[in-house]
Design a protein around this ligand. Structure first.
Ligand SMILES: Nc1ncnc2c1ncn2[C@@H]1O[C@H](COP(=O)(O)OP(=O)(O)OP(=O)(O)O)[C@@H](O)[C@H]1O
Length: 229
């Protein structure tokens, strides 16, 4: 589903590569944690998957497409197949829960009837049934992140990228967020989550890929956050 082959990325303003000779394969339906110190290249990896950045060397394939051969006008189509969740939720403050989730479908031209059917289903999937009328500022941080996940998933993307989704959320609430991501993963969606949250990684026992100064230094099938010697 995601295939990196000897990928290097150097930002023009930086001396050191953000990613160096990275080769990673993520299969359909996998759940992968991307860990490593700040600046090790996790966000750069996610940006390359979205074709927000281009590699200086190597190849990136996503959902069977070689991104170097994907013309710019097809990039929005690629991004529709990839849901994104961020640390800071990024909800529209003037829209309620239903409208925030519906908006993701409106912008890609889905009919109103379809939207009225699927939005409540996804709102329920993330555990927010009964709260569809709430505005973002009437929700806790954990609930806001559930809305963001619903919005990322409502179009049933093949891949869900999450960049520090529990970064602004307390540990107890984070467990609930991880249950939602796990539920989404069980529907067959590939999930890649960049995180510094050791407790979460240790409790989930999923594949762990560790980056250090842009290089893959560990790739473990049922891994933990810290190096297991
Ligand atoms: N747009 C950019 N322009 C220049 N340098 C960048 C840019 N984005 C990232 N970098 C640099 O590339 C390296 C990798 O950064 P990246 O954001 O991918 O790391 P990260 O592992 O996601 O860090 P964090 O855990 O703090 O989010 C760092 O040295 C960073 O300063």
């Amino acid at each position: 589903m995601i295939h990196f082959e000897n990928v290097s990325k150097v930002y023009t303003t930086q001396k050191h590569p953000a990613l160096e000779n990275v080769s990673i394969d993520v299969d359909k339906g996998e759940f992968v944690f991307l860990v490593g110190p700040s600046g090790s290249g996790k966000s750069t990896f996610l940006r390359l998957v979205l074709k927000e950045e281009k590699p200086n060397k190597g190849r990136v394939h996503v959902a069977g497409k070689d991104l170097a051969r994907l013309s710019n006008w097809k990039v929005p189509h690629l991004r529709r197949r990839i849901g994104c969740v961020f640390q800071d939720f990024r909800l529209l403050p003037n829209k309620n829960v239903f409208e925030n989730v519906a908006f993701a479908l409106e912008v890609i031209g889905k009919p109103r009837r379809f939207i009225r059917k699927v939005v409540p289903e996804v709102v329920e999937l993330v555990g927010l049934e009964g709260k569809a009328d709430r505005m973002p500022d009437e929700l806790s941080g954990g609930e806001q992140q559930r809305v963001a996940i619903a919005r990322a998933f409502v179009n049933r993307p093949q891949i869900l990228l999450a960049d520090e989704p529990t970064g602004n959320i307390d540990p107890a609430t984070s467990i609930g967020i991880m249950k939602v991501l796990d539920r989404i993963n069980r529907t067959g969606t590939t999930v890649v989550m960049a995180t510094h949250d050791a407790a979460i990684v240790d409790s989930m026992r999923k594949r762990v890929i560790e980056l250090e100064e842009g290089e893959v230094v560990r790739d473990q099938t049922r891994g933990v956050y810290g190096q297991a010697y």
